[in-house]
Write a protein that binds this ligand. Structure first.
Ligand code: IMO
Ligand code: MG
Length: 423
């Protein structure tokens, strides 16, 4: 029986997970998204075109990979339909390859309105994407969520009417009043469009595993945005770590094969919250410009800084990462010298132990090791051996520190710019 390969982010998102899945999908037959919603923005570039995927697993771009939106996803149908149309325009046989879990929860306009209202009233702003992700997960856990399969039930109209009424009461103080009839008409149309793709993805995945199909699970968001393991409350409302990938898809622990932890050669964060290696200076600005670090979803400038190996080790331990996918090696190589944080100094004491404790993170000062840059143009390098010595030194340091093999190395924006190493 085949093993499922998992791709997940080690920091605060935007590590380039879409590219990893896109690469793995060239040999995989099935790609699965298990958590989050259209707060994700997975950019992949090929044939000189840039695609920002928010819901559909990037694996669909291989043109021969079944793409599954799993039960753990919160699904905005409007965004998904736009994505389907875009994929079709680009020659992807969506009708053949897309599958949507009937158990996925649906995002309604009141979720986005609630997201905006809650953020406005928060003392410590999170900087959410305002896509209604948190409120949709709230409804799921509070058990008033509407799942994809519910859209096709006779009771849908009354259930939705009730939800719109309840939410309108909560939103009244904001002067927001949503029109039930409009939402109902809109969502009935969406339901019709999406119907052919809806199925029981849990048993489908089990069937694929039995059939020995190669499966890849594309994580969204990232370890430090995890609701349990991230820097709460500055997190997203799901578990982007390994556990969430299993509950969000129905894959069991025994079926997990390799776990790819995706990182950039530096780091970034969108939204509020602690960030030990952040650079609030011209170096941070330079990373942002060189790495094009602007949100795919919200276009917000991302906060940038050096790679944090202390946090990386935490992500590796939590998720059972055995392979690292290091992206943006070309970007870091544009600096004459650059740094990576190998320890924190807390109250004058050096430590390599990570904690999401607020006080700890507020006190932690990064301790850096400096590396030589000036890698030159590495976009044409096809093997690790072809990389300049300085680049290899950096990779070797990451490997020695983490005990993980750096298997995939991103050397440029295009899909072709990826070195694949065998152990
Ligand atoms: P990908 O999959 C980066 C951040 C938001 C905000 C916090 C909560 O592209 O890596 P939410 O809308 O989820 O309630 O916002 O989480 N955030 C992300 N940051 N990449 C993402 O996804 C993110 N998804 C959520 O900026 O700080
Ligand atoms: Mg993103």
């Amino acid at each position: 029986m085949s093993k499922v390969n998992v791709v997940l982010g080690c920091f605060y998102g935007d590590e380039g997970k879409g590219r990893t899945t896109d690469y793995l999908a060239q040999t995989c037959e099935v790609a699965v998204r298990a958590s989050g919603g259209n707060n994700a923005g997975h950019t992949i570039e090929f044939n000189g075109k840039k695609f920002a995927m928010r819901l559909t697993p990037s694996g669909i771009f291989s043109g021969k990979t079944v793409a599954i939106i799993g039960n753990g996803v919160v699904l905005n149908p409007k965004v998904l339909i736009n994505e389907i149309n875009m994929l079709k325009e680009n020659g992807i046989d969506v009708d053949k390859y897309l599958k949507i879990s009937e158990k996925a929860h649906v995002i309604f306009p009141y979720h986005s309105e609630m997201d905006v209202m809650l953020e406005n009233h928060r003392i410590h702003k999170i900087g959410t994407t305002k896509n209604g992700i948190g409120p949709a997960y709230c409804d799921k856990y509070e058990r008033s969520g509407i799942r994809v399969e519910d859209l096709y039930k006779a009771s849908f109209k009354e259930v939705l009417r009730n939800q719109v009424e309840v939410k309108n009461q909560l939103l009244a103080s904001e002067g927001v009043s949503l029109n039930f009839e409009e939402i109902y008409a809109e969502y009935t149309e969406y339901a019709n469009i999406l119907k052919p793709y809806v199925c029981d993805t849990i048993s489908l995945i089990h069937k694929y595993i039995k059939e020995d199909k190669m499966i890849v699970c594309e994580g969204a968001q990232a370890t430090l945005l995890d609701i349990d393991f991230g820097s709460y409350p500055f997190v997203t409302s799901s578990n982007p770590t390994i556990g969430g990938i299993l509950t969000g898809s129905g894959i069991n622990a025994h079926d997990v094969g390799d776990v790819y932890g995706v990182i950039k050669a530096y780091s970034s964060r969108v939204g509020e919250g602690p960030y030990v290696t952040e650079l609030n200076d011209e170096i941070g600005d330079r990373i942002r410009e060189l790495g094009h670090e602007y949100g795919t979803v919200t276009k917000r400038p991302r906060r940038c800084g050096w790679l944090d190996l202390v946090a990386l080790q935490y992500a590796i331990n939590l998720n059972g990462v055995n392979y690292i996918n290091l992206n943006h090696l070309d970007t870091i190589g544009k600096f004459d010298t650059f740094k990576a944080c190998y320890a924190y100094e807390v109250d004058g004491v050096e430590t390599t132990d990570f904690s999401t404790n607020e006080e700890f993170l507020a006190k932690a000062k990064p301790v850096y090791k400096e590396f030589k840059g000036n890698f030159g143009d590495i976009s044409k390098c096809k093997t690790y051996e072809e990389l300049p010595e300085q680049a290899k030194e950096y990779i070797k340091y990451i490997e020695d520190y983490t005990g993980c093999f750096v298997k995939l190395i991103g050397t440029g924006a295009d899909r072709e710019c990826m070195i694949v190493r065998e152990k």
